[in-house]
Design a protein around this ligand. Structure first.
Ligand code: 26Y
Length: 809
């Protein structure tokens, strides 16, 4: 129905063949008849980009005319994935271009395959930013994303001799077609030097002197929204040396040193930091963050002043969102710009800053909470540091009044303490709204790590449960299911994900359940083909596809999963002719390059897969697959094929998870702990349609209090599994991993309580197998998961941000 309406939209006047030929003539001097596939790819992308450029111009003008409030989403990561198919789908042009290309002898799917993933992020946080850009655009909100144009995004992962190796991802080779440079809008960003203060006609003046400059050049990537007149921009900053860089050094004859410093300037935007597990406190990372923040704020203020000729109404017309603490420098930098460059006094600048900024927290893991060494911070950002000092001084003054003599609390809440600048406290001190990303996570912020701030101003804290761009994660990645749903329940769900509930009345309809199973089976065949192609392993599409795909972290407990796989393996070996529901366990995960324990877990999965897949005793019953180089485009193929979604983090640690939502909306049933957004998934589907296990967050806490002794949880069967790791039957020994579970030698034994939750996990997995025996019953669970997933649309999430945090109209 909606697609039919699409036909009436102005883009429909577009003649795909003419458009492509026109672009090909302009760019390559050829036409479809004699173009190469790569030329057609580039011409198609450029054509789409030009359509979006025009949409953005018109939309931008309309927003300016109406003086609409705009939101700027600041994030060190946007995990965009591929753009071509998404844009054509959103513009309602996919079918036409498919046909036009087919007429010219080109297969659009082959052209899609050329489109590289823009991997400008690590995982959940970066993908969330992209889902929110998509949703905001589809809902006609004026939203601009700001990030960095990393030359190298998240590394390419290869498994070599069972060990993860990292290789550079040169995405710009092909991905540059999506970017439009705006050299004329380059902005100067200053590093180093010192602070100078003086009096100018009775006015106190401050400035940074003796600094080195870097130019930040903006590159625009246009973002489309589903069936929308809007097009928004993701602005990616690239570091460039200024024209007259360090002329002094040149004239001193210090030629080599001058060029060295030039090279340094341009390394700032070279590569995405691939660690999402712990902070490293690296100078280059701080420079990346400041480049993003300073360049973005300067360009925001410039545009604002051009429109309104004042900065005092900034909070009414502009919302700036800080995606985790990575862009927390927004707080002191906005203060600096208002005070040093635009002559505001402290109090007014502070009021504007607080009312303009808001902050989302994505983690409670203390290793990942950003802190900067004071000396490093002061060396690179002397003026910003002096502003942080003043923020801290006033904060402590205030806290002394609120919590007199409670020095423990005051120290905990300080922005600068113990020789470090703490970025979360900087955000908490300033932002008018602070949110967590699921109900449980927000509770933990309120009652746990941010308790003291929450006590003073509880009204600033709120929850916005994460959401996903389901038009990518369902409609585009599972066209079979989407087409089927369209004819069964109509196309309303394309506009409004809650309309998926129209599926519910079919939960006992045998025909519908059979159709859904047939579609799942097709998607499993597609994944099986990919697995055979990549790993040389044949897997049975009739087996349960049990899937855990996410970054590798100990708290996410991929180790629990693989230990259980080995436990099943031993059961089958002990009883080869027993009744066993055939299962395929599929993993994909990147480990941060320096995270050895995580890499060991990958090795264990790979070693287990070798042993199991080559053992004729278990062959038709159990398979294990590790797919390398997990990324958005691979996820789009895996997710539609999932029967079971593994969401098994230790309760209290996964802020939300978003893969859980993507798998759910594709009909996978969750096996999981009550952690992150699993809590809300459970709320939606009820006990009957999820496999819950393990300790609750408060039980985890209580066990810590009582004292956790992992050995108490080891049964003989579990011991036998651990013995497999140390005996060498896996082709290598994993003594380190077993040690980490059993002994306190390297800190706490089994810090993620893998052994404590093992028995109940095995029980829940037995339930999975039992339910799956009854195909209909399982299909009904799957249907209910699809039907109830609408609430996890990023449309809902973005609307909550717009209403509760950004105050957009
Ligand atoms: C500071 C540096 C070490 C760092 C870099 C990246 C720290 C964290 C990260 C990324 C964090 C991240 O991706 N967090 C995930 O955010 C998702 C979106 O809110 C959540 O669903 C998920 O639970 C959380 O782990």
């Amino acid at each position: 129905q909606k697609l039919a309406e699409n036909d009436a939209r102005p883009e429909r006047a577009i003649q795909p063949t003419e458009l492509l030929n026109d672009t090909l003539r302009r760019i390559f001097g050829c036409e479809l008849a004699d173009a190469t596939q790569k030329q057609v790819y580039r011409a198609l992308c450029i054509s789409v980009r030009e359509l979006l450029t025009e949409k953005n111009r018109v939309f931008g003008n309309r927003c300016t005319e109406k003086e609409r409030k705009e939101v700027y989403y600041m994030s060190m990561e946007f995990l965009v994935g591929t753009s071509l198919r998404n844009n054509l789908f959103n513009l309602g042009l996919e079918a036409e271009f498919r046909k036009a290309l087919a007429d010219a002898g080109f297969d659009i799917d082959e052209i899609y395959a050329i489109d590289p993933d823009a991997g400008l992020g690590n995982g959940g946080l970066g993908r969330l930013a992209s889902c929110y850009m998509d949703a905001a655009t589809g809902m006609d909100y004026p939203m601009t994303g700001f990030s960095i144009r990393y030359e190298f995004g998240i590394f390419k992962q290869k498994i070599v001799d069972g060990w993860q190796m990292e290789f550079p991802d040169n995405w710009l080779e092909m991905g540059d077609v999506w970017l439009q440079a705006r050299e004329d809008d380059a902005v100067e960003v200053k590093f180093g030097g010192e602070v100078r203060e003086w009096m100018d006609n009775d006015r106190f003046k401050v400035a940074q002197v003796g600094y080195s400059s870097v130019m930040a050049v903006p590159y625009d990537m246009y973002i489309s929204g589903y069936d929308s007149d809007a097009a928004n921009r993701l602005v990616l900053w690239s570091a460039k040396l200024p024209q007259s860089f360090d002329m002094a050094a040149f004239s001193r004859g210090d030629y080599v040193r001058a060029l060295e410093r030039n090279a340094m300037a341009e390394t700032i935007s070279k590569v995405l930091y691939p660690a999402d597990d712990h902070i490293q406190g690296k100078r280059l990372r701080l420079k990346q963050q400041y480049l993003l923040v300073s360049a973005s704020l300067q360009s925001i203020l410039k545009k604002h002043y051009k429109k309104y000729r004042t900065y005092t109404n900034l909070p009414e017309k502009v919302a700036i969102h800080i995606n985790d603490t990575h862009p927390a420098l927004c707080v002191p930098e906005l203060m600096r710009l208002l005070i040093d460059e635009h002559d505001f006094g402290w109090d007014e600048a502070w009021d504007i800053t607080c009312r303009t900024l808001s902050y989302t927290n994505h983690t409670v893991m203390s290793e990942a909470l950003e802190r900067w060494n004071v000396d490093l911070f002061r060396e690179q950002l002397p003026r910003v540091y002096s502003i942080c000092q003043e923020i801290n001084r006033r904060l402590i003054e205030h806290l002394c009044a609120v919590y007199p003599n409670d020095w423990g609390k005051i120290n905990y809440m300080a922005v600068i303490a113990n020789n470090e600048v703490r970025m979360a406290n900087l955000c908490l001190a300033a932002c008018h709204k602070v949110n967590g990303v699921s109900k449980l996570h927000t509770d933990i912020l309120r009652n746990g790590i941010f308790r003291d701030y929450c006590q003073i101003t509880p009204e600033r804290f709120l929850n916005v449960t994460n959401g996903i761009a389901y038009r990518r994660w369902l409609c585009q990645s599972d066209p079979l299911l989407t087409d089927y749903l369209k004819q069964l329940i109509g196309g309303d769900f394309l506009r409004d994900a809650r309309a998926l509930e129209k599926l519910l009345p079919y939960q006992n309809d045998e025909k519908v359940l059979a159709d859904l199973m047939a579609i799942k089976r097709k998607n499993k065949e597609r994944l099986a083909a990919l697995i055979e192609n990549q790993n040389g392993v044949r897997v049975d599409p009739d087996s349960i596809f049990d899937i855990q795909i996410k970054r590798l972290h100990e708290y996410k407990r991929q180790l629990l999963n693989i230990l259980h796989v080995l436990y099943l393996y031993r059961q089958i070996k002990a009883n080869p002719h027993g009744d066993f529901m055939p299962r395929t366990f599929i993993f994909a995960a990147k480990a941060s390059a320096g995270y050895i324990r995580a890499k060991q877990i990958i090795s264990l999965i790979v070693a287990a897969s070798k042993l199991i897949n080559n053992d004729p005793d278990v062959n038709d019953k159990l398979k294990v697959v590790f797919l390398e180089d997990y990324k958005v485009s691979l996820a789009e193929i895996i997710i539609p094929a999932a029967d079971i979604s593994e969401q098994i983090s230790i309760a209290g640690k996964e802020a939300s998870g978003t893969g859980n939502m993507k798998l759910m909306i594709n009909g996978a049933v969750t096996i999981g702990t009550l952690d992150g957004a699993n809590v809300e998934i459970h709320e939606q589907v009820g006990d009957e349609n999820i496999f819950l296990f393990g300790m609750k967050a408060h039980e985890v806490e209580e066990l810590w209090q009582r004292g956790y002794h992992p050995t108490e949880f080891i049964t003989p069967e579990l011991q036998a599994v651990l013995d497999m790791l140390t005996s060498g039957v896996l082709g290598q020994r994993f003594d380190d991993l077993v040690d980490s579970l059993l002994t306190n030698r390297f800190g706490t034994a089994d810090p993620y309580m893998t052994l404590a939750d093992f028995q109940d996990y095995a029980r829940a997995q037995r339930d999975v197998a039992a339910v799956y025996q009854d195909k209909q019953r399982f299909a009904r669970m799957s249907l209910i998961n699809i039907a109830k997933a609408g609430i996890f649309s990023s449309d809902r999430a973005v609307k909550e941000y717009a209403d509760e945090i950004w105050n957009l109209d």
